[in-house]
Design a protein around this ligand. Structure first.
Ligand code: MN
Length: 250
């Protein structure tokens, strides 16, 4: 199983979640919301050969934490994976929208200058501006739009720009989410949970709940659960090879 967008460090019991991910052999991209969390989480996940930790700066935290941008830009040199980054067009963030766009532009430019990165991107209510940055930064690497919720036109443009997508039970419970999934190229889809910020049947979503996403994908694509798993592993392998090709042996 693959959970390509999970906030492992924000579970109240991070250690036991990490231990269970290792025991269940789940591939996890542990994204962070501040670059300051990266080092600590790397240490805590050292025993997990299937866990990668990505330095990020969540767009919702940009107004308070944009001074940490230089730290993130420095970590981008070391890590082939970056996230969570992006732009949020929510009403409460309107005042700082321009700042978010500028921060995301700098992050994208930094990824491009390193030969490209695998980037987990937040684009809620901001698909157009996120895609503008991606379009203007062709060497950004592999942009993965997490929980994409834009319009079908935005999606068509994202596909044209070479974007990938990570989808989870939270997104796929809506008819719109399923409709978008049906349009996404099957060779550019990964699973995610966005845990712990999603509730499922009254409890917090866990990385192994990506299995529920696999079943939902099987329904939408009208193929077997096993075929979905095979496709996801193939996709994941491509991402892994790209990450390896751009990392300096670290
Ligand atoms: Mn997230």
């Amino acid at each position: 199983m693959i959970d390509f967008h999970c906030h492992l460090d924000l579970y109240p019991d991070t250690s036991s979640v990490i231990a269970e991910c290792i025991q269940r052999k789940i591939f996890v991209l542990a994204i962070t919301t501040t670059p300051l969390a990266w080092e600590e989480l790397r240490k805590r996940t050292e025993g997990g050969m299937r866990i990668r930790v990505a330095p990020g700066l969540h767009p919702e935290l940009v107004p308070q934490r944009f001074s940490e941008l230089p730290i993130l830009l420095d970590l981008i040199k070391q890590s082939p994976y970056v996230g969570e980054v992006g732009i949020d067009g929510g009403r409460n963030l309107k005042e700082h929208y321009g700042l978010q766009v500028n921060v995301f532009k700098e992050i994208a430019a930094s990824c491009a200058s390193m030969g490209g990165r695998v980037i987990s991107i937040h684009s809620r209510n901001a698909a157009k501006d996120v895609l503008d940055v991606i379009e203007k930064t062709p060497d950004i690497g592999i942009p993965i739009l997490h929980w994409f919720s834009g319009s079908k036109n935005d999606l068509a443009r994202a596909i044209k720009l070479g974007c990938w997508f990570s989808v989870g039970p939270g997104m796929l419970k809506s008819a719109k989410g399923k409709e978008l999934l049906n349009i996404m190229p099957r060779d550019r889809v990964l699973t995610e949970t966005d845990g712990p910020f999603v509730e499922m049947e009254g409890s917090t979503i866990m990385p192994w709940d990506v299995e529920k996403a696999e079943h939902l994908i099987a329904d939408v694509w009208s193929i077997s659960h096993q075929e979905v798993q095979e496709t996801l592993i193939q996709n994941f392998t491509k991402i892994g090879s790209f990450a390896k090709s751009v990392s300096n042996g670290s």
